[in-house]
Design a protein around this ligand. Structure first.
Ligand SMILES: Cc1cc2nc3c(=O)[nH]c(=O)nc-3n(C[C@H](O)[C@H](O)[C@H](O)COP(=O)(O)OP(=O)(O)OC[C@H]3O[C@@H](n4cnc5c(N)ncnc54)[C@H](O)[C@@H]3O)c2cc1C
Length: 461
């Protein structure tokens, strides 16, 4: 009898686990994937994909309003939330089926169950069955974290529930200042909800470039979203269908939904990690891994959000692929976590890659900043009060563009292409040598000739 039932057991059928399973099976490994909820994981079921569908739909309101300046008269439009939810659910079910089919086609076997580690090579399934695996991949992702327990926390929803609301909230309070909180704030505002964002820090989008943070806040406020910073929700009372949130600044806010999006924690609980000897990274609470995603146990690897490195779908996919090539493809691959482009699908969008101005100034002795804010061409006729931000951060010594930050329509699409240039270490001279594409907003990136700020650190600093 073979020593192991499978060569690889993947815990979690999300972005990272699915990619790893398919590639490992392609390399000839006998693979089993356990998924306790729905194939596709967070991104497909209750993350990027349904979120982007919501975002696209929420923009229609602005499109209709903006159309008047271009001569259109559109009879008063109505919006039906249940239709949106039903259509979104249909598309997610289609994608879930496609994920299942693709994994099965690769030769890997799916078991629809929770799986936990009993020891370094033994997985226990929910029906009690034990599976012996040569290698184990932990790809269990993450989950919303509501923070410290406050009175009334049971009334608070997370992004998970926001995807399944029975009706559009008339008024919603969202606590959080990160990308998920702001995206949902703009989604709900776009569909017509009255939105209040509550954030404990001094400004939203911590970790992003300061100009981006200020710009986005201003744009969201212009669209009628209330943003309260420097305070938190201390308690939530329920009165029938209504809620009152009591804030640390002494005020209270009435709404028909309260949502927290204040962070996510890696799914490490109850997995049997201690029994298997898998160490946790004390710095972030995720599974501790080396550059090859190997844990403290030689035959156990971990990838994606459960490692709490860079919690994005393409990163989980890349890590899963690299793991499978390394262990089963005889081709050791380390994932490069530098210069990962990222977006915030708020309105207007944020697209960013590389260093913020502050990070660049801490790293380099000479930093040049090129910045432009301008009215997008569409706003000239629509009359909308909105501005685009384009910013390049350049290492003045090497002339390398080390950061690019955009706020404006299609910023995410633009930054994906700019990220190639930044990754290739393009210089400002390379940007300048590129002929502009007119008329676009992105042409600004190759036409900003004079630095708006130059920071030269003196030797003694
Ligand atoms: C609202 C929201 C919006 C997002 N938007 C974006 C975006 O625009 N762009 C982007 O790049 N990223 C986005 N993300 C992040 C992205 O979804 C994650 O980074 C990505 O899904 C991580 O993939 P993963 O494979 O590590 O984990 P997941 O996709 O979370 O998959 C883990 C899977 O493991 C299963 N599981 C857990 N424990 C067990 C167990 N013991 N046994 C069996 N199965 C188990 C879970 O059910 C889950 O299906 C978003 C996330 C959220 C919440």
């Amino acid at each position: 009898m073979a020593e192991f039932d499978v060569d690889l057991f993947v815990i979690g059928g999300g972005s990272g686990g699915v990619r790893a399973a398919r590639i490992a099976a392609g390399h000839g490994a006998r693979v089993m994937v356990a998924e306790e909820y729905r194939m596709g994981g967070t991104c497909v079921i209750r993350g990027c994909v349904p979120k982007k569908l919501f975002v696209i739909g929420s923009h229609v309101r602005q499109e209709i309003a903006d159309a008047a300046g271009f001569g259109w008269t559109i009879p008063s439009a109505t919006f039906d939330w249940p239709t949106l939810i039903a259509n979104k659910d249909k598309e997610i079910a289609r994608l879930e089926a496609a994920y299942t089919t693709n994994v099965e086609k690769s030769g890997a076997r799916i078991v629809k169950t929770r799986a936990v580690l009993e020891d370094a090579h033994t997985l226990r399934l929910a029906n009690g069955e034990a599976v012996k695996a040569k290698y184990v991949l932990i790809a269990t992702g993450g989950a919303p974290n509501h923070g410290p327990v406050i009175p009334g926390i049971e009334h608070v929803i997370s992004s998970n529930e926001a995807f399944h609301l029975k009706k559009l909230p008339r008024r919603i309070l969202i606590q959080g200042g990160g990308y998920i909180a702001l995206e949902f704030a703009c989604i709900f505002a776009g569909y017509g909800s009255d939105v209040t964002v509550v954030y404990r820090g001094d400004n939203i989008l911590r970790g992003f470039d300061e100009d981006v943070r200020t710009h986005v806040r201003g744009e969201m406020e212009k669209e009628g979203i209330t943003i309260l910073t420097g305070c938190t929700v201390n308690a939530v009372d329920r009165h029938g269908e209504d809620f009152t949130s009591h804030l640390s600044n002494g005020s209270s806010i009435a709404s028909d939904k309260v949502m927290f999006a204040i962070g996510r924690h890696p799914n490490v609980g109850g997995l049997g990690l201690e029994k298997a000897g898998v160490a946790i990274n004390p710095a972030n609470g995720g599974v501790a891994v080396d550059h090859f995603s190997k844990t403290s146990v030689a035959n156990i690897y971990a990838i994606g959000d459960v490692t709490h490195r860079t919690n994005l779908t393409p990163v989980a996919i890349r890590e899963g692929h690299a793991f499978a090539d390394t262990v089963f493809g005889n081709r050791p691959v380390q994932v490069d976590h530098q210069d990962i482009p990222t977006a915030v699908f708020c309105q207007p969008e944020v697209g960013t890659v590389g260093l913020t101005e502050a990070e660049a100034r801490a790293k380099f002795s000479h930093v040049d900043v090129y910045k432009a804010t301008f009215r997008p061409i569409k706003a000239t006729l629509s009359g909308r009060d909105t501005r685009v931000l384009m910013k390049l951060v350049v290492d003045g010594t090497s002339d390398r563009v080390v950061g690019c930050h955009i706020v404006g329509d299609t910023a995410a699409e633009i930054i994906q292409a700019v990220a190639i240039a930044v990754k290739m270490k393009a210089t400002k001279a390379d940007f300048d040598a590129t002929i502009a594409l007119h008329p676009t907003a992105a042409e600004e990136l190759v036409t900003m000739r004079t630095p708006t700020a130059r920071h030269v650190r003196q030797a003694a600093e």
